[in-house]
Design a protein around this ligand. Sequence first.
Ligand code: GUN
Length: 291
Amino acid sequence: MEILDGKKAAQAIKDELKMEVAQLSVEGKKIPHLAAILVGTNGASETYVAAKVKACDEVGFKSTLVRFDADIPAVKLMEKIQELNNDPDVDGILVQLPLPKHIRESDVIDAIDPDKDVDGFHPVNIGKMLQGLPSFVPATPHGIMLLLEHFKVETKGKHAVVVGRSNIVGRPMSILLSSNSNPGNCTVTICHSHTQNLKELCLQADIIVAALGKPEFVTADMVKEGAVVVDVGITRLEDNTRKSGFKLKGDVQFDTVAPKCSWITPVPGGVGPMTIAALMKNTFVSCKMKN
Ligand code: GUN
């Protein structure tokens, strides 16, 4: 069994970006600039946004963090997005999800200029991705593809089972794995809460992507010998023995599943760092496209 070390792969991507940003500087060109919007004080969202801002610092990007209280009127958020859309210095805009209930997420995503939508959530980018055209690809599935590429995991002709059908992970993941690309060219089954024979389908999988948000859902009896297992789950479970007050659990029962795998991602240190590296890559591409 080998570990798909997301920390290591993400570092390699960030090191490369850092050199490319330094080159832009030498040439007197504009440096990539990511603007992140955080609404409210959700603990996990705070952590993710802080990690994104830190990654910008590491690679030499400019970043702006815009914070709003949880009760901000939707119209104020929209105004800010318009301002960032119109700011020629800003290359990438991300609004951290989830948003408070009174704000419709689809309205917010639709308001972002597709050319600055480095999260790849805008319908224009989703549509282009579906057609195999150049687009911003959502950071988590994009990061997983980069991880498979980094460790040269063979995907062509394999049966991939994606567990979870979210717009952010499961659905785009299924499209990317089935694309005519490398990694890619998989036969994909997408499973969800109404799938009847989930265990049997998982047992047929050469590659499992677990993205349903249920801690330790995938157990050893669901995994074929030699499978590649990618764990997208990152649930916070209360743990008073830790300073943070919680521990992170993936969607895969790592200790029992790992011995059966050819490759497996750890949690933390697997998909998480790759999501951020993919966001950085998208922001860099956005900057290069415009300058
Ligand atoms: N919430 C969970 N994942 C993501 C992500 O990739 N981007 C944003 N903006 N919010 C998220």
